[in-house]
Design a protein around this ligand. Structure first.
Ligand SMILES: C[S@@+](CC[C@H](N)C(=O)[O-])C[C@H]1O[C@@H](n2cnc3c(N)ncnc32)[C@H](O)[C@@H]1O
Length: 277
């Protein structure tokens, strides 16, 4: 046995991982909230077997796939989401999109929400959890993503959420209307060489890259909104700050009013809010 304090310090020294990632490994192995456990119970003891497990998980994450794939989960908006290779890992930046969606739903009493390209389900499921009155539909072209969303729906105990495997570019079967369309679509241009190696090597390209310099899916979503958005409804889309202005003009050309471009915590333009004029 060693104390949590010396265990944690030696792990931080041994591995070139962010402290937050090492904390996630400790939480996973010890079922203790970090850094509370470290701060409040520094004499908490870690068994040799658990220390070895911590080292091997850190080694795996340092040498290969992202930590969320190694431990199979990622926290998003305070909820634990299952993760698996083949489906995008939820990103902290996407919380900006979710936060605004929840606010819009509450302010306008929106009832029907669609999440295009739902991936792990982190956006739509969080919205469903935080605004209990709404019904949410998650759509993804990847059946692997939909299976993961359904798994997360079960583990988070979300009732009012449905899923559909479909290509958002062609959804004739979807005839209903929605008060809110949310999406974090694939938006990286194929020519963009700024993508981290750990992302391009391990995360699904289907979730990352969009045609037309990353603008393809904004055109799709704006077109879909023309037939599916209720009169006073809203569209909220996440984008990269590199294409924010092109996304705004894509929506404006199709007759939308840009209500706001919302910045993330780093002050990067991250989310567009649109309504039909
Ligand atoms: C950037 S990921 C976002 C996933 C999730 N919403 C999130 O924020 O973590 C984009 C998602 O769009 C899905 N996707 C890609 N092409 C699609 C298409 N043509 N129709 C529907 N979904 C698509 C991908 O499978 C992926 O899950």
């Amino acid at each position: 046995m060693i104390t949590l304090e010396s265990s944690f310090l030696s792990t931080c020294k041994k591995f070139k991982l962010a402290q937050s990632e090492i904390e996630e490994v400790y939480e996973f192995v010890l079922h203790q909230k970090m850094p509370d456990a470290y701060m409040l119970q520094p004499n908490f003891e870690v068994s040799i077997q658990r220390q070895e497990l911590i080292f091997s998980l850190c080694r795996l994450a340092q040498e290969g796939p992202p930590l969320a794939y190694v431990i199979g989960k990622k926290n998003f908006y305070g909820y634990d989401f299952h993760c698996c290779p083949g489906v995008l890992i939820p990103r902290f930046d996407t919380e900006v999109l979710v936060e605004r969606a929840i606010k819009e739903i509450k302010n306008h009493n929106f009832k029907t929400i669609i999440d295009l390209g739902c991936g792990s389900g982190c956006v739509g499921l969080t919205i469903a959890l935080e605004s209990k009155a709404s019904t949410v539909l998650g759509v993804d072209i990847s059946s692997q993503a939909i299976a993961l969303t359904n798994k997360n729906k079960m583990s988070l105990n979300v009732g009012h959420y449905q899923t559909l495997v479909a290509d958002m570019r062609d959804m004739p079967e979807l005839t209903g209307s929605f008060d809110l369309i949310v999406s974090n679509p694939p938006y990286i241009a194929k020519s963009d060489d700024r993508v981290d190696l750990s992302v391009s090597l391990y995360e699904p390209h289907l979730a990352l890259y969009g045609e037309q310099e990353g603008l393809e899916f904004y055109q799709t979503i704006a077109q879909y909104g023309l037939r599916a958005l209720t009169k006073a409804g809203s569209i909220l889309v996440e984008f990269s700050p590199f294409i924010s202005q092109q996304v705004v003009s894509t929506f404006q050309k199709l007759g939308y009013h840009c209500v706001e471009v919302i910045k993330d915590l780093q002050q990067h333009e991250r989310v567009g809010h649109f309504r039909l004029k």
